[in-house]
Design a protein. Sequence first.
Lengths: 136, 136
Amino acid sequence: MFSRTFAYALRAMTYIAQESKEDQKVSLDELATSIQLSPHYLGKIMQELVRKGFLNSVKGPGGGFWLDKQRSDITIYQLLNAVDGDQIVNSCLMGRLKCNAKNPCPMHDEYLICRNRLIDLMKKTSIKKWNESIEL
Amino acid sequence: MFSRTFAYALRAMTYIAQESKEDQKVSLDELATSIQLSPHYLGKIMQELVRKGFLNSVKGPGGGFWLDKQRSDITIYQLLNAVDGDQIVNSCLMGRLKCNAKNPCPMHDEYLICRNRLIDLMKKTSIKKWNESIEL
DNA sequence: TTATTAAAAGAGTTGAATGTCTTTTATTAC
DNA sequence: GTAATAAAAGACATTCAACTCTTTTAATAA
């Protein structure tokens, strides 16, 4: 439903939120090992997340990625939108070109309800909360 | 969320259910024109649907595709499964490799509920019902 | 039985997402 | 300032769904 890149980004944020502080950075290699992804590809994802302000990085010896305390309040919905955009959830489940309240398909209303429930929950779930809820 | 092929298959079944009888078949070209898809690609999709028993076809002059009355009772869920399989709906929304009732993610329960509501409705919606509900 | 029609089959192409490899840039430690 | 470290950047490769084009097979009609 969502992209793999989003899943990787979420796993990476999860790990970094747990393991990093400003004085204890996580290197790309450590991160790549922990989430089982090639460091090259993960590098691109991380680069993009840093650029968009989801976490911090510094180059050089002792460098790496880390997450400020206050940034663990960002939600998985924000992360999803940053990585995948919002086009995914804004189309007819059945692929009808024009499906709307005036001319809905039989799935339309139910899909809207479900979609909104899931989006609401994603908007309420911060990285911090996500981490508190799951066992790795 | 689902494949384009499924959307095309549904549109094709919709058109054929409306326009065909055993003595009034719909040709591939007519169908392709009506749903705005290249006849070659549509041909493959139709071929597969015929092979799987969702509708009938005959070659030659006057040939084409048609849907038996009783086959309009097949559901859009059956069509989806035939085209896309069922793997789509059976994975964690957030892409966790092992997400289950014992070790769920924060989205797990809500997603299960929504997923089941949508699947139930798809199982209840026959091609016939689908056609009665929508305006083209 | 031959020409025509129309689906079936198969080979090839494209584009986007995903993934790999190499080079560059920035930072630190000495 | 030089060597080492580690992220950033960019070029290249792979994969898969989606799509196109060509050939074959089956059915009909005359």
